[in-house]
Design a protein around this ligand. Structure first.
Ligand code: MG
Length: 289
């Protein structure tokens, strides 16, 4: 089941619903996606899905615009850095001082996303401070409930679903500081969507192809099964130290093929179209502009 935040044509109101074969079954009982996540259990979600699937064609909306599924995350996105071996290698080739270190521990950083960018939204190039705008297609895990001390083998029950985040990065800002936070957090640097795919649709952990392209030219092509730190381990480690909350978002890192990995680097330019695609979720398309 795919869940979406959307606006009906001609309306500015944000609503949530079930995305079904290109149409939307609205769920007016939830004021936003975070309320839906907080109120839901796997059983109630299955009930919503049954309702949508048995809806009359006239109950399905055809004219709407998708927004980021969680348009205003309650907290900064929790991100993993360097979680695919091939990306560590390309990052080290780009800047061995900043990335070429042996990291026995998972790299965590946060990404500010007061306002997540919707599908087809424009990524601001921030040309006044950024000379090396880059993309990173990532599987993002949405936490289902407040949890602490979760063991990896039980982590599936803390996962509500999955979406796609493009972890847009200003490489010069990122690498000129000891901390990545600022270079990952400029306004418009968190495209998200197009929908949340419910965790129950996949085995755990899911093995999903991750791809990206720029102006239709293929760039990244990997699979979440190649993540060094898998979702269960990530949830176990984080929840051993702090409470994960319903609606928290964990971006699990990106595989190789980002702009900095090419020689010379292929950074983004104004007008570029970036598509990040994950099997079972969809394609998140944005433009630089
Ligand atoms: Mg990243």
């Amino acid at each position: 089941m795919k869940l979406a935040t959307f606006k009906r044509d001609g309306s500015s109101a944000e609503e949530v619903g079930i995305f079904l074969e290109g149409k939307i079954f609205a769920l007016p009982e939830f004021k936003d996606m975070l309320s839906l996540i907080e109120a839901s259990t796997p059983e109630t979600l299955r009930g919503l899905e049954r309702r949508a699937k048995s809806a009359k064609p006239s109950d399905l909306l055809e004219n709407f615009t998708l927004l980021a599924p969680i348009p205003r995350p309650r907290a900064d996105i929790i991100c993993l850095g360097l979680n695919y071996r091939d990306h560590i290698e390309e990052a080290a080739r780009f800047n061995s001082k900043k990335f070429g270190i042996d990291m026995p521990k998972t790299v965590y950083f946060s990404k500010r996303a007061g306002e997540a960018l919707p599908p087809f939204g424009k990524i601001p190039p921030h040309e006044d401070m950024c000379d090396s705008l880059d993309y990173e297609a990532e599987l993002a895990v949405i936490i289902s409930k407040n949890c602490r001390g979760v063991k990896a083998e039980n982590a599936a029950e803390c996962v509500f679903g999955y979406t796609i985040i493009n972890d847009v990065s200003a490489r010069n800002v990122q690498t000129s500081r000891k901390q990545w936070f600022f270079g990952k957090s400029l306004d418009g640097f968190c495209p998200m969507g197009p929908v949340i795919a419910a965790a129950g649709d996949f085995p755990f952990p899911p093995s999903l192809s991750v791809r990206s392209s720029v102006n239709k030219e293929p760039r990244q092509n990997s699979n979440t099964k190649f993540m060094i730190r898998q979702i269960g381990e990530i949830i176990e480690e984080l929840s051993s130290g702090f409470e994960l909350r319903a609606g928290d978002i964990i971006a699990t890192g990106t595989p190789s093929g980002v702009g900095l990995g090419f020689s010379p680097p292929k950074f983004l330019r104004r007008g570029d179209e970036i598509a990040c695609e994950i099997e079972g979720i969809g394609s998140l398309v944005n433009f630089v502009g």
